[in-house]
Design a protein around this ligand. Sequence first.
Ligand SMILES: C[S@@+](CC[C@H](N)C(=O)[O-])C[C@H]1O[C@@H](n2cnc3c(N)ncnc32)[C@H](O)[C@@H]1O
Length: 193
Amino acid sequence: MADAFDPQHAPRLEDPARLEALPQATVVSLLRLDGAETVVDYGAGTGVYTVAVAAALPQGRVIAVEALPRLAQMLRDKLTPELAERLELVETDANTVPAADAVADRVLMVDVLHHLYDQPGALAEVVRLLRPGGLFVVVDWGDRERPAGPPLDHVLGLVAVRDIIREMGLVEVEAHEPGTQLPYHLVVVAAKP
Ligand SMILES: C[S@@+](CC[C@H](N)C(=O)[O-])C[C@H]1O[C@@H](n2cnc3c(N)ncnc32)[C@H](O)[C@@H]1O
């Protein structure tokens, strides 16, 4: 199922049509932030959502985890000195984030779960990083007919994502098929007990 993300496709992540269908503001609102949280953006890509999340955290910070050097560099190129104070980039494909257990109030994955390298290793790292009561927010392509995005047999769909969340030992807070929160994307929010 997990198709490695092709770094040649990096510009697609910044396509205005993508950002219209998957607006940064919606992703930020799903995180339910007060502004002082620590958020891990797992599979941050070129940072189109990372930077928006950092802007919503005047007293908080973002740890951006990205495996592909080319995408990590595109994220790095977006860092102003002010952003760099609140946004730490961890470039790794080993699912070993150099941060303490329970450091994260939120972990975000946007269009990552179906691309995840070493899914068990990555999800164990998500559980380790989340504090009790912290939220894992998954936004990913749905498996219903749509005019954009990967083929339906390359994505997970809501049933599979909910199963993964349960297997992680997290408690589902909300789950939405495409067409409710976002036109083509499913949303699952789950809490660490
Ligand atoms: C489709 S891109 C999405 C990027 C970004 N979240 C966005 O929505 O713009 C998926 C990203 O997840 C990254 N990725 C997948 N598995 C990863 C892992 N185990 N550790 C770090 N990055 C990972 C890929 O390198 C790729 O940049």
